[in-house]
Design a protein around this ligand. Structure first.
Ligand code: PLP
Length: 469
């Protein structure tokens, strides 16, 4: 019986010649359609060799081919609603860019630009030239350069200034950031030897002094980013580390991690040392991310002493870690916004979201609540609840921002966990996936980062909640 069916599976040619296939050929071309027909027919054959007892007719085959084409052409990287409550969420792409930066990317990416071309002389130029002056103005540094991300910045600094030499770092600062950035590993890959100083909770001035030998290349301080050591603690101030480094005629380098260009207390946000004051306190170089608190594109910024930056730029690794023209044009526009700090919270999405007041978020919650009730009221209890947002990306790990969320508690028959998982899966399956978090038996959508209200409520009618209860 199945053998008989197997012999009736149409040939690739026959499917291609079918009337119903012509529309697919016009849209997708011969090569792709032929390949999808092949895999579709192979699946049909293997199903028949297994448990399948029916052969789809030609119409059915064409439908399967159309579905195969759609799933093959569906983009994998999609915009989502980040309602996790973590503003700078590394897994969700960190900072969103302001309109100025998006427009600059489009203009620059479309064609040729003077990326490495000096328009005044007609000679070869340096891609850093487009942003260096602005970076220097905003940080007080003599010189600056930009690479792919902050991990690359740290790697490049160490490889340039400390190859085959020693770098003392406090045991309290041997951080791991989000999986793969671990200070000891980066040191090893940069070709230098980590010398651990002090203890996890206390590192003193003399610990550094004792660790310095004629093999020491530089002193390094690493922002602890995603954790804090509390209680009986001591660390050595930047100004003192700078002094020790100066006495031994070695550079003092600070990895700021998130890094910020302005005092965030101005916006009633928690304190974070700025790149400018770190340099003023004696750091010879600072490194920080472009897409954390700065609110720009993925990039790693290195700013500080001109002679050190010149050596870094001359390292062949700089070529391997360089940023492209889209990043440079976007970063330039974001940095430009910092020249007018008074308007920054309106214009820079990251700061706009971080400074949203709880009253504003509460009003937003009241506006979207009815649409969520209409969509899931039958399967869950929907309420507006207090919650706390995090800044994220290792920025200010202990500081939480008061916020409001829509909380969904399943009217579960299935056991809470299963119903919650299915409900969050339904929201993740929407055309613009909605990502929340599960907390104490509820699915929580922190509304701090919701700006496109209509985009959010408009798609809720498409929620597939049939299997939740
Ligand atoms: C985030 C972070 C990094 C890595 O920065 P990326 O831009 O993600 O590469 C390095 N050091 C510290 C202290 C950080 O917080």
């Amino acid at each position: 019986m199945q053998n008989q069916l197997l012999s009736k599976v149409p040939s690739v040619d026959k499917v291609l010649r079918d009337e119903g296939c012509q529309r697919l050929l016009e849209r997708h071309g011969l090569k792709l359609v032929t390949s999808v027909i092949r895999t579709t027919l192979a699946t049909i054959r293997s199903n028949l060799a297994g448990t399948a007892t029916e052969l789809p007719d030609m119409q059915g085959v064409i439908t399967l081919v159309a579905e195969g084409l759609n799933s093959q052409l569906e983009a994998s990287l999609l915009p989502v609603f980040n309602l996790t409550g973590t503003v700078l969420h590394t897994n969700l792409g960190r900072a969103g860019l302001p309109a100025e930066a998006l427009n600059a990317i489009i203009t620059t990416a479309a064609g040729a630009s003077n990326l490495e071309f000096d328009l005044a002389t007609g000679d070869r130029g340096d891609r850093d030239n487009h942003i260096e002056a602005l970076l220097c103005e905003l940080t007080g540094a003599e010189s600056a350069t930009v690479v792919n991300n902050n991990a690359a910045a740290v790697l490049l600094v160490l490889n340039t200034l400390a190859l085959n030499q020693e770098v003392p770092v406090s045991r309290g600062e041997l951080v791991e950031i989000g999986g793969s950035f671990r200070v000891p590993d980066i040191m090893a890959r940069a070709g230098c030897r980590l010398v651990e100083v002090g203890t996890t909770n206390r590192t003193h001035r003399k610990d550094y002094s004792n660790a310095i030998s004629d093999k020491t290349a530089l002193l390094m301080k690493v922002h602890t980013s995603n954790y804090a050591i509390k209680g009986f603690t001591t660390s050595v101030a930047d100004t003192e580390l700078a002094e020790i480094a100066r006495q031994h005629q070695i550079p003092f380098v600070t990895d700021l991690g998130s890094g910020t260009l302005i005092d965030l207390r101005k916006f009633e946000l928690p304190f974070e040392p700025t790149a400018g004051e770190t340099i003023e306190n004696g750091a010879d170089l600072v490194t920080f991310s472009g897409d954390k608190l700065l609110g720009g594109p993925q990039a790693g910024i290195i700013a500080g002493r001109q002679d050190l930056i010149a050596r870094i730029k001359a390292n062949p690794m700089k070529r391997a870690l360089r940023v492209d023209k889209m990043t440079i044009s976007a970063l330039y526009e974001v940095l430009k916004l910092y020249l007018d700090p008074d308007r920054l919270t309106e214009r820079l999405p990251t700061l706009r979201l971080l400074t949203r007041t709880v009253e504003e978020i509460d009003a937003l919650a009241a506006r979207v609540h009815p649409a969520v009730v209409a969509a899931v009221g039958a399967i869950a209890e929907v309420s507006i609840v207090d919650c706390q947002s995090q800044i994220g990306s290792g920025s200010l790990p202990l500081d939480l921002l008061a916020s409001k969320a829509i909380g969904l508690r399943p009217a579960a028959k299935k056991g809470d966990g299963v119903a919650l998982e299915r409900m969050s899966n339904a929201f993740r399956s929407l055309p613009i996936p909605v990502i929340g978090r599960i907390n104490a038996g509820s699915l929580i959508f922190d509304l701090r980062c919701l700006e496109d209200e209509e985009g959010f409520t408009g798609q809720l009618s498409e929620l597939k909640t049939a299997d939740v209860l």
